[in-house]
Design a protein around this ligand. Sequence first.
Ligand SMILES: Nc1nc2c(ncn2[C@@H]2O[C@H](COP(=O)(O)OP(=O)(O)OP(=O)(O)O)[C@@H](O)[C@H]2O)c(=O)[nH]1
Length: 237
Amino acid sequence: MNSNHRIVGRRRSSHEAKQYDMLLRVLLIGDSGVGKTCILYRFVEDDFTMSHISTIGIDFKLKTVEVNGKRIRVQIWDTAGQERYETITKQYYRRAQGVLLVYDVTSEKSFTNISKWANDVDEYAPEDVERMLIANKCDERDWRVISKQQGQKLADLYGMSFFETSAYRNVNIKEAFLALTNNIIRRQGIIPPSDHSCVKDGKCIHDLDMDLAADDVSPLTDAEETKTGACSACSLA
Ligand SMILES: Nc1nc2c(ncn2[C@@H]2O[C@H](COP(=O)(O)OP(=O)(O)OP(=O)(O)O)[C@@H](O)[C@H]2O)c(=O)[nH]1
């Protein structure tokens, strides 16, 4: 996508109904070709394509899920796995509440590189970001080189939750995103506190009232967030 585009927060007019209770940001990272874009498409569009067109820089899609009776708008950022886009993609770690670290069970290199991606998360993402390890392409039985046990062991080592997925066969895609969302909510305790001034009827009235333009691709600066009314106090910004 065109990196010159900027995020444009737009206030809903009062007659527009709010469709969700809170907004979360989730990042997909991992080597080029592990299937990040396909995972995103499977989750959001329930579709799959065998062609591999490398993501340029960063892209995102939105999906609303329901967890514990709350409608959660999940903004999922799909990063390019190619090293040349690192400068762009690293800028998005800072505001993520969840990260999916993806490897391909048919690629040993993508598995060993998880340590590099995990280091990047440590360096650039918030300390309390929720991490999940994803072993994609589990449908590829003949070509598999990384066992489920190896994946689980690595996830345990890093203290991450773990799912084996197939975007192709639609295995565990929805389950992984729902578990991540659930973990973020539970671990970070980000349900808006009822005594905060930005909370009305148990919901934050700030960040949640913004729409994002379809070509929104770059992260907001702190100043821009303040201008568009995002609320740092309730941790939803
Ligand atoms: N068999 C199988 N192939 C998959 C699966 N997921 C993705 N692929 C294939 O893997 C290739 C790469 O998928 P992408 O989603 O474009 O990979 P990516 O990680 O987004 O790659 P970059 O954008 O370059 O970082 C494509 O040819 C997909 O069709 C899967 O679950 N099973």
